[in-house]
Design a protein around this ligand. Structure first.
Ligand SMILES: Nc1ncnc2c1ncn2[C@@H]1O[C@H](COP(=O)(O)OP(=O)(O)OP(=O)(O)O)[C@@H](O)[C@H]1O
Ligand SMILES: Cc1ncsc1CCO
Ligand SMILES: [Mg+2]
Length: 538
């Protein structure tokens, strides 16, 4: 007897006969899927007439029953009832949910496509008798959906829906993510899509083309099934620890950078290019300022290659996305600096598009940028400079933690106080159970200070060059080197150099040169015990 409470949503196959490779059939592809780990099937045949649809539905239903897998029918409640399928999936423009439920009766599965938090509020008001699961999407752009009415929501949009389910107490409602999900991004989606409280993660993912259009649907399904159960996303070849800092750690970081001399590819704004190249050289590393799309894969494969991506004035979007893909594919780090994140709508959309395009190892921004990313900002940014005004340390800590947790990355939030939080949670993810206690409040976080150094805000691109410094330090680590330690070392060294340069300079012009000198000197000496900046755990 079928019990809708115990349905496994983890690998949900949605059919589309329009994309079958020659030599396969709808039946043979679904069968290969079922034999290799598909846990739920939806028949979605938009172009088929009723007679054929019913015939196919009967055959696919019989097949699913052999594997004890429920069959869901897209849109056609009449067909679902006629063949006694286990459920129905409807979209926002299909028959209203209460009427669907009335026709289906209480024991069938009812799924709904959801893209907005207001839709979650409605399903919560209907209560547990109505919707059993939602398809959250679309996550990424996809060719499967012709004329999509919505734009892709990205992992952050999915988190918003999970949060809304929690706020509205719709605990019964299961979730699958859908739209543009492929082996190249599934681990990242599962890893990032955890509600802000850590209580909810996705119950599954929906795929269409990866199985339906596969020349070898069995192998494709095995691959998907493996990703869903892997539990660790090792997105960079570094140690994603729990915030530990060893006594010799800082010194060791610099030793490794000296030995490995990382190549730091800069995709950065015009103002910063020369400054960033000189800072990189001062730190024993090699800069390459490259915005050539066709060479990113070659660069990413060079040992210790690291990408600094700064959106102050930006290269062509397709070039930048290719670079993100290239570094992600080989597990090399990307440091992201979302310059002027909320200054204009254009920057907002651009930065969000890039943020949803890959997994970042570190996100560095000034306090305005990080507050906006955390959606805790009180005002829009005027330009690319950090906000002025009184410093609310609790608010900045909260913002740093939130961004780190939601993007599953290390975050640096700069200003007089530099906050660092590590939201990588050791690369762990799991379906359905949430974060297993790793929350915004419990991730490692610390603050670095060295007293006010006002002049650091009076030269251009000082934050951008901290980005270069972080990239050099992360990139210089040996395989399995400690990511958090490298970021802390970079920020401590940079702040200490700022202090030294401020004492030696005569104004903002000479401060700029003194800063490069101080970075060079502190790096070469490698005596962290003499650095004047200090950190405090939060
Ligand atoms: N008042 C201050 N006291 C001490 N350090 C500061 C102060 N203001 C900035 N800094 C330091 O200067 C660097 C740049 O930080 P800031 O927040 O100004 O970045 P930013 O606005 O992104 O810079 P830019 O966009 O010009 O590159 C950081 O290392 C930060 O620690
Ligand atoms: C001045 C300026 N304009 C765009 S980027 C940049 C460098 C500091 O962020
Ligand atoms: Mg900046």
């Amino acid at each position: 007897m079928f019990d809708k409470k115990s349905v496994d949503y983890s690998l949900y196959l949605v059919t589309d006969s329009g994309m079958l490779p020659t030599g396969t059939s709808l039946y043979s592809q679904v069968k290969a899927g079922l034999e290799n780990g598909v846990t739920l099937v939806q028949l979605r045949e938009k172009e088929t007439d009723t007679k054929t649809f019913v015939e196919e539905a009967l055959k696919i239903h019989e097949l699913c029953q052999q594997f004890n897998v429920p069959l869901i029918i897209n849109d056609r409640i009449d067909v679902a009832l006629a063949i006694n399928a286990e459920g129905v999936h409807v979209g926002q423009d299909d028959m209203p949910i209460p009427l669907v439920r009335k026709l289906l009766g209480p024991n069938k599965i009812l799924g709904w496509s959801v893209g907005k938090t207001s839709e979650v509020e409605r399903l919560a008001q209907w209560g547990p008798e109505m919707i059993d699961y939602i398809g959250i999407g679309m996550v990424f752009a996809t060719s499967t959906k012709k004329n999509p009415k919505k734009s892709p929501m990205g992992p952050q949009g999915v988190i918003g829906i999970l949060n809304a389910l929690e706020t509205s107490k719709a605990t019964w409602c299961r979730t699958v993510a859908i739209g543009g999900l492929h082996p190249v991004n599934i681990e990242r989606v599962l890893y990032q899509c955890v509600s802000t409280s850590g209580k909810r993660s996705l119950d599954g993912i929906s795929v269409v083309s990866d199985i339906m259009a596969a020349a070898d649907a069995a192998a494709a399904t095995v691959n998907l099934h493996t990703l869903l159960r892997k539990k660790t996303f090792q997105f960079v070849d570094l140690y994603l620890g729990n915030g530990e800092l060893k006594p010799e750690g800082l010194k060791n970081v610099i030793e490794q950078v000296k030995q490995n001399r990382p190549l730091v590819q800069h995709i950065t704004n015009k103002v910063h290019q020369n400054f960033g190249a000189n800072v990189t050289l001062a730190l024993g590393s090699s800069p390459i300022m490259s915005e050539i799309k066709s060479e990113v894969h070659d660069l990413a494969r060079i040992p210790h290659a690291t990408l600094l991506l700064n959106t102050g004035s930006v290269a062509p979007l397709d070039m930048v996305q290719e670079a993100i893909l290239a570094y992600n594919q080989v597990g090399r780090p990307i440091v992201f600096d979302p310059v002027g994140y909320s200054a204009t709508e254009t920057r907002h959309v651009l930065n969000d598009t890039l943020l949803s395009s890959g997994q970042f190892t570190c996100i560095k921004g000034n306090s305005s940028e990080i507050l906006s990313l955390a959606k805790l900002s009180v005002e829009k940014m005027k330009g690319v400079d950090a906000h002025t005004g009184t410093i609310d340390k609790k608010l900045l800590e909260r913002a740093t933690r939130l961004v780190a947790y939601q993007y599953k990355t290390v975050v640096v939030c700069t200003g007089e106080y530099d906050f660092i939080a590590d939201g990588t949670v050791s690369g762990q993810y799991a379906l359905s159970v949430g974060s297993r206690g790793k929350t915004v409040e419990t991730i490692p976080c610390l603050v670095i200070e060295n007293g006010p150094i006002e002049i650091m805000g009076h030269i251009t691109a000082s934050g951008c060059s901290l980005g270069s410094t972080i990239a050099c330090f992360i990139g210089g680590l040996n395989t399995n080197g400690n990511l958090f330690e490298a970021v802390v070392a970079a920020v401590l060294l940079y702040k200490s150099a700022g202090k030294l340069a401020a004492e030696r300079c005569q104004g903002s012009g000479s401060f700029y040169f003194q800063l490069v000198d101080a970075l060079y000197q502190l790096f070469r000496d490698n005596k962290p015990e003499t650095w004047t900046a200090n950190f405090q755990r939060l």
